[in-house]
Design a protein around this ligand. Structure first.
Ligand SMILES: C[S@@+](CC[C@H](N)C(=O)[O-])C[C@H]1O[C@@H](n2cnc3c(N)ncnc32)[C@H](O)[C@@H]1O
Length: 233
């Protein structure tokens, strides 16, 4: 079974997710001990989308994240470049688009908000993807990124990093359709920037008012930003 390398070659990443699509939602819930549902609820609250708004859920996979946002009454579209993942969520009643995060098939200023959950870490150019997200959102529009991060309590961080590297791929052997992908997951989590470093990247990509909220002690962080409206004093 395939796994991507840490250079995050887009073809390898797409193939790897095609390989985990079957049973992805269940595996995710097992691996996160059910916390994934809470993290999604928090993402929806922070995004604060309203009826009539247009929301792009990027790297949406099986659209499990998109239906959470759609519960707010906004029009939400799921975009992902793994056809396997999109097909895995075919039963979910939201529009789906096959799209590469670095070359989005949308005009400038098309959306009121853009969000990406557990996807940004897999893009091979984080800053370029954040710039592309900024392009398709209207001035004044919002960004919310939900991503694994660095636990803030040092002793827990130590144990967590061990758990990640050793236990995660072992558990995946029993519950995933592509256990090798979970070795990649553990490695990509370890090498991912912490909260502050990611906030700096988000700001460099053109977003302003960048801030973050730690969830579950920093195991996950929500980063938010706003596209400059150009008429600030
Ligand atoms: C871990 S899944 C997250 C799915 C969903 N957002 C969730 O919260 O469960 C990561 C997704 O990112 C997608 N992805 C990775 N790189 C991408 C890219 N360059 N363009 C579009 N999708 C990408 C993968 O295909 C995969 O479906």
């Amino acid at each position: 079974m395939s796994r991507a390398g840490l250079d995050k070659d887009p073809r390898e990443v797409a193939e790897m997710f095609d390989g985990v699509a079957q049973g992805y939602d269940r595996t995710n819930s097992v691996m996160t001990l059910g916390f994934d549902r809470r993290w999604r609820e928090w993402s929806r609250r922070v995004l604060d989308a309203r009826p009539g708004e247009r929301v792009l859920d990027l790297a949406a996979g099986t659209a499990v994240s998109t239906v959470e946002y759609a519960a707010s009454g906004a029009w939400c579209v799921a975009a992902d470049f793994s056809l396997g993942m999109l097909l895995g969520g075919a039963h979910r009643p939201v529009p789906k688009v096959a799209a590469d995060a670095l070359h989005l098939p949308f005009a400038d200023d098309s959306f009121d908000a853009v969000t990406v959950s557990f996807g940004l870490r897999n893009f091979n150019d984080t800053e370029a993807a954040l710039r592309e997200m900024c392009r398709v959102v209207r001035p004044g529009g919002r960004l919310v990124v939900c991503e694994v991060s660095t636990p803030t309590f040092r002793p827990f961080r130590f144990v967590y990093m061990r758990y990640l590297l050793k236990v995660l791929p072992v558990v995946a052997r029993f519950v995933s359709s592509n256990p090798a992908a979970y070795q990649y997951l553990a490695e990509s989590m370890r090498t991912w920037p912490d909260q502050r470093a990611l906030a700096e990247t988000v700001a460099r990509a053109g977003w302003e008012d960048v801030a973050w909220l730690n969830l579950t002690g920093g195991v996950v962080a929500l980063h938010k930003g706003t596209k400059p409206s150009g008429n600030r004093k």
